[in-house]
Write a protein of this length. Structure first.
Length: 216
């Protein structure tokens, strides 16, 4: 059963955010970083994510990146996951830092993640309908609008689950604009939302993906 993946975040680990900004240190020498997300929130935790590619082998990169991370935090932990990726991680008082390396045929790809130890301010979780739990929430701020994606789970069937989510969104000021078997569309002023249901990958109940395009 497929599972919704809004963004592939490698080396996810839970800097304090001020005005939607995370302090980002200078990149390691001779590595050119490219932004995946300058600021986002994963389950209310502020994060920034950058990627890089280099012809260097991961074995020659690890000592240099270990020294780089030691200058940012405390002791550096180095692990290899089941997919063969090498992950270097450390932390300071406010932030977690991780670099994940994946060696390809002729290059090494890396992802550098900085994430806060504390949730973003003003991000109190809204009460959910009885019988619903939040599986995941991601929020992106880099574009002209805020993109928010939330996955909810419930033991209810798809039709019942969608009806409950529709009532929840209406209480938040959203109006239903289109109604299909497994999807509802909503609007609120200049904002848009969509709720889509699918069977839970575990075979029991329903997953609901709520996507919102919000004004900044």
């Amino acid at each position: 059963m497929k599972r919704w993946v809004v963004i592939l975040i490698l080396g996810l680990m839970p800097s304090i955010s001020l005005a939607n900004e995370i302090p980002v240190p200078d990149a390691p020498a001779e590595l050119e970083m490219f932004w995946i997300a300058k600021y986002m929130e994963f389950n209310d935790i502020p994060m920034s994510i950058q990627s890089f590619k280099t012809p260097e082998a991961s074995g020659t990169l690890v000592p240099r990146l270990e020294e780089y991370l030691q200058n940012l935090g405390e002791e550096v932990q180095i692990t290899r996951d089941r997919n063969g990726s090498t992950v270097l991680a450390t932390a300071d008082d406010n932030s977690f830092y991780s670099i994940q390396l994946d060696e390809q045929l002729r290059e090494t790809e890396g992802v550098f993640t900085i994430s806060a130890k504390q949730p973003a301010e003003g991000n109190s979780q809204q009460a959910l309908p009885l019988g619903f739990v939040r599986v995941e929430k991601q929020k992106f701020f880099d574009g002209p609008s805020i993109q928010e994606f939330t996955v909810l789970a419930t033991n209810a069937g798809q039709s019942e689950a969608l009806a409950v989510v529709e009532r929840m969104l209406r209480k938040q000021g959203w109006s239903t604009t289109r109604n299909y078997r497994s999807t509802r569309y909503f609007s609120r002023r200049n904002e848009h939302a969509q709720a889509t249901a699918q069977p839970n990958e575990k075979g029991v109940g329903t997953l609901i993906l709520i996507s919102k395009e919000l004004s900044k």
